[in-house]
Design a protein around this ligand. Structure first.
Ligand code: ZN
Length: 305
């Protein structure tokens, strides 16, 4: 099989939500050159034994796999689907289930992939990962415990108990991520599991009944003891590890004395120069994932001139 070297083959220009309920049209798309993003045990498929670019599987090789999820349409009208090679017990079995040999391609965790990805490839891989993870965790009804069945192109799971029929939808857990700064310095922390010299922005989940802004203020205080003001929304990023939506903020520090919270191994103020090195190390760690943490730090550095 040809490795997909053209990033536009991963670009979904339209989610085509109206097609999810049109099973006749979905069947036609499947029969007419659709391509699949195959995932096995949460791992994505990359060419050249896992070193190359992500690979799409033609529908003819994947149509026997159950519950493909309709992702959307490319600019050439081809439909992309995500599918879980769930029944394969081994890596070799997973490859042969989609008509590939060991050596041509390999399933690799997205976070362990060492190459680079285009924004289109990254976005579509994260989208398919989010939906397949949700399918995995929503196999039973949380109201009555009966099995669920995928419907609407895989975007709704419905309880198969006729007396219940409760519907479930994909979910994202909101989380905040923030670059706290004062003139000439920014505040970065290190998680205990990270390498010694890797630091990044502070982050934390939004709790029930809490606004994103309240979560930013609380998390910064908990993790660093720093008080902040003038929150500025930056941007967001889906982060399906397993199912977060990261909401990025800048905030000005009002205090400077750090009290390291229980979740982090270290929190420090970094000068502009030190922050440039931090950013280089972060970029080297996951070169293919242009994380919102990196974009926050890069933007702050740009603003420092
Ligand atoms: Zn139910």
């Amino acid at each position: 099989m040809e490795p997909a070297s053209d990033p536009s083959r991963f670009e979904i220009v339209e989610r085509a939500v109206e097609l999810r309920v049109d099973s006749k049209r979905l069947a036609e798309l499947l029969a007419n050159g659709a391509e699949f993003i195959a995932v096995w045990r949460g791992q994505n498929l990359f060419g050249q034994s896992g070193q190359g670019q992500p690979v799409l599987v033609p529908a003819s090789k994947a149509q026997h796999l159950s519950t493909p999820i309709f992702l959307g349409l490319r600019s050439d009208g081809v439909a992309l689907f995500a599918v879980n090679v769930a029944d394969a017990d081994t890596h070799d079995a997973a490859l042969s289930a989609i008509g590939l040999d060991d050596g041509a391609a390999a399933f690799v965790q997205l976070r362990e992939f060492k190459g680079t990805l285009s924004p289109q490839e990254r976005s579509t891989l994260l989208y398919s990962r989010a939906l397949l993870h949700w399918h995995d965790t929503q196999r039973f009804c949380s109201r009555c415990g009966s099995p669920t069945v995928a419907t609407e192109g895989g975007h709704v799971m419905v309880c198969n108990n006729p007396e219940c029929q409760h519907q479930f939808f994909p979910r994202s857990d909101p989380a905040t991520i923030m670059l706290v700064h004062r003139p000439g310095f920014c505040l970065l922390g290190r998680q205990p599991s990270w390498p010694e010299d890797v630091y990044s922005t502070l982050a934390g989940f939004v709790e029930a009944g809490e606004s994103a802004e309240q979560a930013v203020i609380r998390e910064v205080k908990e993790e660093s003891g720093i008080e902040i003001r003038n929150l500025r929304y930056f941007s967001s990023q889906p982060w399906p590890f397993p199912q977060s939506l990261m909401l990025g903020f800048f905030a000005e520090a009002v205090t400077t004395e750090i009290v390291i919270g229980s979740e982090l191994a270290d929190v420090r103020w970094f000068s502009v120069e030190e922050t440039r090195s931090v950013l280089a190390r972060l970029s080297a760690r996951f070169p293919h994932l242009d994380t919102i943490a990196r974009r926050l730090i890069r933007t702050w550095l740009e603003e420092q001139g």
